[in-house]
Design a protein around this ligand. Structure first.
Ligand SMILES: Nc1ncnc2c1ncn2[C@@H]1O[C@H](COP(=O)(O)OP(=O)(O)O)[C@@H](O)[C@H]1O
Ligand SMILES: [Mg+2]
Length: 227
């Protein structure tokens, strides 16, 4: 088994929006090792989200190859893509994306509820343990609207971990938080990385995340630029 968790080979991504062709990524090559904490930085529009979405199989490259955990994502179809995401990837977003009328506990359980019967563990117990691990043992029955931004992001991180993923992809996870709360979220992500060996790729403008990362990749106009 290779030490590389992510291999991106000569990847380009173009979007066609009406008559306009946008080259979001141009001939990107990048590898990420298991256990790494990698920050992807760059101005707005430089391709950060696009790159994260390709690694998480939320989108496909126009050219090139993306291999994650030994799986060539270009070879996956339909259900296989959904299985790949559910089994290997956790996603965290800037705007949390919690379901407003479900409790914190229900939000964390949600991704695996359809698969409950096949699980080798008790879903609710695992969700509770994850909420405890992110410091929300006293917020399990709260709705998202009853939680602070930082607490909502903790719920989202617990939800991302419910399937015990190899890789956590976080798209500007502190972008909607004040600096102190953002710092706490960075510390949480770094702790998950150190203590559980979780590989983390995070896009960010946050200098704290950059400082705490093992490595920083800079994007500009869809290309990797040297620091
Ligand atoms: N679905 C889409 N359709 C057309 N253009 C898109 C789409 N998504 C992103 N883009 C364009 O691709 C470029 C990179 O976007 P994005 O990856 O979101 O950058 P970042 O996350 O760094 O702000 C931008 O120019 C953006 O406008
Ligand atoms: Mg983005």
């Amino acid at each position: 088994m290779t030490e590389l968790l992510v291999q991106i080979e000569d990847v380009s991504k173009e979007y066609i929006a009406g008559a306009i062709r946008v080259i979001a990524l141009q001939e990107i090559s990048l590898t990420v090792e298991r256990g790494e904490f990698l920050a992807i930085v760059g101005p707005s529009g430089s391709g950060k989200t696009t790159l994260l979405n390709l690694i998480g199989a939320l989108d496909r490259p126009t050219r090139g190859r993306v291999v994650v955990d030994g799986i060539d994502l270009g070879a996956l179809r339909g259900d296989q893509l959904a299985d790949f995401r559910r089994e290997r990837i956790g996603f965290v977003f800037q705007l949390f994306h919690l379901v407003p009328d479900l409790t914190a506990l229900e939000n964390v359980m949600l991704p695996l509820i359809p698969y409950r019967r096949q699980l080798k563990f008790n879903l609710e117990q695992r969700a509770r343990a994850l909420l405890e691990a992110v410091g929300l043992e006293n917020r399990m029955r709260h709705l998202p609207g009853q939680l602070s931004g930082g607490e909502q992001q903790r719920v989202a991180i617990a939800r991302a971990l419910i399937g015990n993923p190899k890789l956590l992809l976080a798209d500007e996870p502190t972008g909607n938080l004040d600096s102190q709360t953002g710092k706490e979220i960075v510390e949480l992500l770094r702790r998950l990385n150190r203590e559980q060996g979780l590989t983390v790729i995070v896009t960010t403008h946050n200098p704290e995340i950059v400082a705490w990362s093992d490595r920083v990749v800079r994007l500009r106009d869809g290309r990797i630029v040297k620091a």
